[in-house]
Design a protein around this ligand. Structure first.
Ligand code: SAM
Length: 324
């Protein structure tokens, strides 16, 4: 695929480069804010699963712009990810796994004596294409983020997190409602309809009376099987809201390269290349001839793979459906 065809196929990818965002996800957070006004009055925020950093860029820009140096000092943005992230102004970075107690403790340490007004989490697993596993890991990330949130969020604060609209959505919604009186599942216009991704916007943090935050809360219960367990009076209707102006670009549509009248299209490289991507070692191995060459037996298995191409299609489709 040529460079310009991705710009054509994915208008938010192109806009992200033009506006200097590290990822197209920046638009998702901005559209959520347009609908829910989550940045209002915020000076302390945690960005979980933050790499390559477009949400942190949005936070840094929205919370620090047009402020005096002194006011900027009072803004605290803590960003966490498994991956290393190129530095950003005013953003404290922690490299670690948010499901690990040690990472959670580091985040909590940064907030000693202080509380966050907002916690956001755009966490997504490296998708396998096996939907049940991907949805399960996604749910675990969301619940790990909730555990961390209960340690750092001030009462009345907000929590926004990516969720996959799979079979566990009603259960997750019910768990979040224990801590937040208002929980909405929201789909920004920049998130493709073909993707099962959405975002929970949880407002007005109000933990149950006497609740003591703990990092060892159970995550998704293995014995729970499906939403049918939330039947009858236990059944919940999950509020769903599409957000983003109707005039905003449609992420499922292919646009021409001439999206602005009278302006000539110019290819732009990505704003920030990955600094230490997981695929780097495979590329190095390939360059140095370190990857095994096909032998007679594994070329036979290649033929088998080709014959089983339906299975390959399913995996590809699974990955495409995640919109990350
Ligand atoms: N919000 C980011 C942005 O705007 O640039 C994009 C986040 S990307 C969709 C998902 C991120 O989740 C990846 O960078 C991945 O490393 C991170 N992630 C996945 N599992 C994680 C975990 N257990 N702990 C920390 N980060 C994790």
């Amino acid at each position: 695929m040529g460079r310009s065809s991705k710009d054509k196929r994915d208008v938010y990818y192109r806009l992200a480069k033009e506006e200097g965002w590290r990822a197209r996800s920046a638009f998702k957070l901005m559209q959520i804010n347009d609908e829910f006004n989550i940045f209002e009055g915020v000076t302390k925020v945690v960005d979980l699963c933050a790499a390559p950093g477009s949400w942190s860029q949005v936070l840094s820009k929205k919370l620090r712009a047009q402020k005096s140096d002194e006011e900027k000092e009072s803004v605290k943005i803590v960003a966490v990810d498994l991956q290393a992230m190129a530095p950003l102004p005013g953003v404290i970075q922690i490299q670690g796994d948010i499901t690990k107690l040690s990472t959670a403790n580091k985040i909590v340490d940064h907030f000693s004596g202080e509380e966050a007004d907002l916690v956001v989490c755009d966490g997504a697993p490296d998708v396998t294409g096996l939907h049940d596993i991907d949805e399960y890991i996604q749910a675990q990330l969301l619940l790990a983020a909730l555990n961390i949130t209960t340690h750092v969020l001030r009462k009345g604060g907000n929590f926004v997190a990516k969720i996959f609209r799979g079979k566990d959505v009603s259960l997750l919604y019910s768990q979040l409602r224990i801590f937040f009186p208002v929980v909405t599942i929201s789909k920004p216009r920049s998130s493709r309809n073909s993707s099962i991704e959405a975002f929970v916007v949880c407002q007005n943090y109000s933990p149950p009376t006497g609740y003591t935050p703990t990092m060892v809360n159970p995550l998704l219960d293995h014995s729970y099987t499906d939403f049918n367990q939330l039947e009858g009076v236990n059944r919940v209707i999950v509020p769903f809201l599409a957000c983003g102006d109707l005039s905003a670009y449609d992420s499922d549509r292919t646009y021409g390269l001439d999206i602005r009248e009278g302006e000539e299209y110019k290819y732009l490289p990505p704003t920030q290349s990955p600094i230490n991507p997981p695929y780097k070692s495979a590329v190095d191995l390939k360059r140095n001839d370190g990857i095994a060459k096909p032998t007679q037996s594994n070329s036979n298995s290649k033929q088998l793979d080709a014959e089983n191409s339906d299975a390959t299609d399913t995996v590809t489709q699974g990955v495409a459906n995640m919109d990350i």
